[in-house]
Ligand binder design. Structure first.
Ligand SMILES: [Fe+2]
Length: 285
């Protein structure tokens, strides 16, 4: 059928409007829907260094809440309740509590919510770049401490179940802190199963030869916006190689990167839902 000039223009306009509508719908979805669609990731870490007495030990990781930027305390409270329902043995937070510590109006509410989190073996956290940024170093530290979280800043805590132990190490933030991996691992006696928390995932390439079995990171936000067949469009420095999920770095080291909870810079998530992670330890025979 031959198109008249008029029908061609009409068709062109209709399809143009359709595209506009679609992009408008996608915009609404990425701005208002997906950032609030919390996902739950579940992994089993099976490793020969894990003592059998730690079988089924459950660790929950959450990361990059960026409170104050498209993420408020009502949603944070829902997250706290969701994590509490996991009945975790250990909870770790891998940095970036609020988006801008220098403008955020801190009060008692964040520590109160953090204190609600219950575990059998404690709650630990490490600095992210946003925690150090905006002169947040001391403020965020005080808030996390008040919330019952122990800071791992180039330090190690031995998790002890009365029978066996494993090492939980944490590095200072790589971008704005003073990370020191050899000074950190020097504190570990013997060769226990060792889990390292460090905000930026890409340093995994430098973590071999340090006796670390597992690295948990955040920081990438998964890129926040992904496209089919393309993946993440943009990721921050130190999250350019490792963006989300599980990576076998070497025979000795496995990395898990969380897409995190909140957003920064742009309040969007597309094909990149917010998530928290659940890890089950399992001795490999
Ligand atoms: Fe972040």
């Amino acid at each position: 059928m031959k198109l008249t000039r008029r029908s061609f223009i009409k068709k062109f306009l209709v399809s143009g409007l359709g595209l506009l509508g679609l992009s408008g719908g996608s915009y609404y979805y990425a701005r208002h829907i997906e950032p609030h669609m919390l996902d739950r990731k579940e992994y089993t870490i099976s490793h020969s260094n894990i003592p059998r007495s730690f079988n089924n030990f459950k660790i929950v990781q959450f990361s990059d809440t960026h409170i104050g930027f498209n993420y408020d305390l009502t949603e944070f409270e829902q997250l706290i309740d969701t994590i509490n329902a996991e009945n975790a043995d250990l909870i770790v937070f891998t940095g970036d509590l609020v988006d801008k510590p220098h403008t955020y109006r801190f009060d008692q509410r964040i520590p109160q919510l953090l204190r609600r989190l219950k575990t059998r073996y404690g709650k630990y956290w490490i600095y992210g770049n946003h925690d150090h940024g905006g002169y947040g170093t001391e403020t965020v530290k005080a808030v996390m401490e008040d919330g019952g979280f122990q800071l791992l800043q180039n330090s190690v805590s031995m998790v002890d179940n009365g029978q066996d132990t494993f090492a939980l190490a944490g590095l200072d933030d790589v971008m704005l802190g003073s990370p020191n991996i050899s000074a950190t691992t020097a504190q570990i006696k013997g060769d226990p199963f060792t889990m390292l928390l460090v905000h930026e995932p890409d340093v995994a390439d430098q973590m071999q030869q340090h006796g670390i079995d597992i690295q948990l990171s955040g920081h990438s936000h998964g890129g926040q916006i992904q496209l089919p067949f393309v993946g993440a469009l943009v990721t921050p420095p130190y999250a350019e190689t490792y963006i989300e999920g599980k990576y076998t770095i070497s025979e000795l080291l496995t990395l898990y990167v969380s897409r995190g909870i909140g957003t920064t810079r742009l309040p969007y998530r597309f094909m990149c839902r917010p998530e928290y992670s659940v890890f089950h330890l399992q001795a490999k025979l």
